[in-house]
Design a protein around this ligand. Structure first.
Ligand code: GLP
Length: 243
C-alpha cells in the first residue's frame, strides 16, 4: 500500500487525476470503477480540464459506478446517475452506452444485483477503482458489518450515512434508506485501487482503516489485503498517520 500526502484538496485531486490519466493513456479501453460523494469531484474536474486541453480521450473507456440509491430515477438530482452525468460524463467524450450504475428504479432487488454483476463480468473487470471513504468506514455503500464475500447487493443505509448524506437533500426524510452497491468482493477484484480522503473528519477513520484490525466493522480495512492500493489524502485527513 502506498500513502501519498497532498497539501490540500486540490493537490489530492490532481494526484488522483494523474494516476487515472496514466491508466487511460496506457490502456485506452480501461474499465474505470467510479465513485460519487464530494471527495472525487475535484478529480473529475481535473480530468475534464485535461480532456478539454486535448490530453485525454475517453472514447473507449467503460465506467462502472459503485452504487445508486434504490428508488431514485436517473433524472432525480440526488441520484448518482445525475451526479455522474453532470459532474463528469457530459463534459467528456465517454460513450454514455459504456457508463454503468445500478438501476435504482428496479424494484426486484435480486434482478437489479444480478444484472449489475453481469455487466461487471462482461466488461472484463475493473482496471482502476476510485473510492471515497464514509465517516463510518464504508466504501461504496458497504456499511459496517458488510460481509467481505458479497458482490452487488441491496443495503439498508445506517443512520450515520443517512445523516451524512442528508446535506445533499432538502430534508432528512428525503434521503433514501436503501441502496444498491457493488460488494467488497467486487471492489477487491479491481486490479488497482485509489482511495481518496480529505478533511479532518476523516482522520480517525482512515487511520483505523489502514492500521487497525481487518474487520467487516470497518469495511475499508479490507483494503489492507489488496496488492495495489494507493491512498491519497490531504494533510488534515492524514494528520493522525505517522510520516
Ligand atoms: C457516499 C458514497 C460513497 C462515498 C461516501 C463519502 O455514501 N456512497 O461512495 O465514498 O459517501 O462521501 P464524501 O466524499 O462526500 O465524504
Amino acid at each position: 500500500m502506498k500513502i501519498i500526502r497532498a497539501k490540500d484538496y486540490n493537490g489530492m485531486s490532481r494526484m488522483a487525476a494523474h494516476i487515472i490519466s496514466a491508466q487511460i493513456i496506457t490502456k485506452p479501453d480501461s474499465v474505470l470503477g467510479l465513485a460519487t460523494g464530494s471527495t472525487p469531484i475535484g478529480t473529475y474536474e481535473q480530468l475534464i480540464h485535461w480532456y478539454q486541453k486535448g490530453d485525454l480521450d475517453f472514447s473507449k473507456v467503460t465506467s462502472i459506478n459503485l452504487d445508486e440509491y434504490k428508488g431514485l430515477s436517473p433524472d432525480n438530482d440526488q441520484s448518482y446517475h445525475y451526479f455522474m452525468y453532470h459532474n463528469f460524463f457530459k463534459h467528456i467524450n465517454i460513450d454514455l452506452n459504456n457508463t454503468y450504475l445500478p438501476n435504482g428504479l428496479e424494484k426486484d432487488s435480486e434482478k437489479a444485483c444480478e444484472d449489475y454483476n453481469h455487466i461487471i463480468q462482461k466488461s472484463g473487470g475493473v482496471d482502476l477503482q476510485l473510492l471515497g471513504l464514509g465517516l463510518n468506514g464504508h466504501i461504496g455503500f458497504n456499511e459496517p458489518g458488510a460481509i467481505f464475500e458479497k458482490e452487488t447487493h441491496l443495503v439498508k443505509l445506517t443512520q450515520s450515512t443517512i445523516d451524512a448524506n442528508s446535506r445533499f437533500f432538502e430534508c432528512l426524510e428525503d434521503v433514501p434508506k436503501e441502496a444498491y452497491t457493488v460488494g467488497i468482493k467486487t471492489i477487491m477484484q479491481a486490479k488497482k485501487i485509489i482511495i481518496l480522503v480529505n478533511g479532518e473528519n476523516k482522520a480517525d477513520i482512515i487511520k483505523e482503516a489502514l492500521f487497525g484490525p481487518i474487520t467487516p466493522l470497518v469495511p475499508a480495512s479490507v483494503l489492507q489485503l489488496h496488492h495495489d492500493v494507493i491512498v491519497i489524502g490531504d494533510e488534515s485527513a492524514l494528520s493522525k498517520i505517522p510520516q
